[in-house]
Design a protein around this ligand. Structure first.
Ligand SMILES: [Zn+2]
Length: 321
């Protein structure tokens, strides 16, 4: 790369210009790094800052040599040329969450499901590698929460059209795989239908997602059990698990002085039916399914991380099997 005699008597900036940046970048573009936007993006940025030639190479290399100058994956924070280059470089998977704006008990903000969906979709994108995150859909189907102020609800047909337009737009830019991750109970059935419809519209594109609501609550309850938290406390809405996740993500918006239990009985198909048909007040007067009192931010981080892994394995099991 650089032999000691060549460096003799040179200033640091001279030496930086003598370095064979192509070899440096190739050295760091080993397969293990191929899915690591951090590794490559960080290297590229470091080179850009230190050397004019490094910067030139870094700028010109994207898309040709596996050197992907993508250090951001959230498209809402990127410019169109950055997104275009990322797609050309192989970032051809788009991932997005589908949350909601609805009451989450007396202690959590109405953004809860959208905020969690946004975070999990980002984790899934990073873990998958070569994936960009599209802006989270932050309103969902929450008819069953409308008895509580602040809830904004899409009708199922509205969400179906939103999801259709999302996929149509993403496919047009060259994404060949679209992953949709609902994190709000009301969105699951419509998301499942929207995925099926999009597959027919775009036969060459892999449209997929995680759409099993009871599997999701079941999984979270299993994680809770590791901590000695019962399924009833962990809950399906604004209980221990969602409260923990929000403490990890938006601690300043969690009103710990208003923690109180809601409905803590069994939560299966029968209860889901009651909620969707009669609304949340049929089961809970404060809007909580679960008990937030034992929630912690540390556990919230663990839930989020495991949830991302769980969704990835569920999606790969479905696409390979
Ligand atoms: Zn929620």
């Amino acid at each position: 790369m650089l032999t000691p005699p060549a460096a003799k008597g040179k200033t640091i900036s001279d030496i930086l210009e003598l370095i064979d940046w192509r070899r440096v970048l190739d050295t760091f573009s080993v397969p293990e790094y191929a899915n690591s936007y951090e590794g490559e993006g960080f290297m590229g940025q470091a080179l850009s800052l230190t050397s004019v030639r490094g910067r030139e190479y870094y700028r010109s290399a994207g898309g040709k040599r596996g050197v992907v100058p993508v250090n951001k994956i959230r498209m809402e924070q990127m410019t169109w040329p950055e997104i275009k280059q990322a797609i050309a470089s192989g970032f051809t998977t788009a991932v997005f969450g589908v949350g909601s704006t609805e009451q989450h008990g007396p202690h959590l903000p109405t953004m809860t499901d959208a905020r969690i969906g946004d975070d999990v979709a980002e984790r899934v994108s990073r873990k998958l590698g070569h994936a960009l995150q599209a802006r989270t859909v932050d309103v969902g189907i929450s008819e069953h929460h409308l008895a509580f102020p602040g809830t904004i609800s899409f009708k199922p047909e509205t969400l179906a059209l939103v999801l259709r337009d999302y996929v149509d737009s993403l496919v047009r830019h060259g994404f060949t795989r679209v992953i949709i991750l609902p994190t709000h109970g009301g969105n699951f059935a419509t998301t499942r239908q929207a995925i099926e419809a999009a597959r027919k519209t775009h036969p060459g594109v892999e449209v997929t997602g995680f759409t099993d609501l009871l599997a999701l609550t079941g999984f979270l309850n299993q994680v809770s059990a590791r901590y000695g938290v019962s399924a009833g406390e962990s809950g399906a809405h604004a209980g221990e698990n969602e409260t923990s996740m929000m403490m990890a993500l938006e601690g300043g918006l969690v009103a710990a002085d208003r923690f109180e239990p809601g409905y803590v009985g069994p939560h299966g198909e029968a209860e889901v039916k009651i909620i969707f048909e009669k609304g949340m007040p049929a089961l809970t007067s404060n809007g909580v399914l679960g008990d937030p009192r034992t929630a912690t931010a540390e556990r919230g981080e663990d839930y989020l991380e495991r949830l991302a892994d769980f969704m990835i394995s569920a999606i790969s099991a479905k696409t390979t099997g």
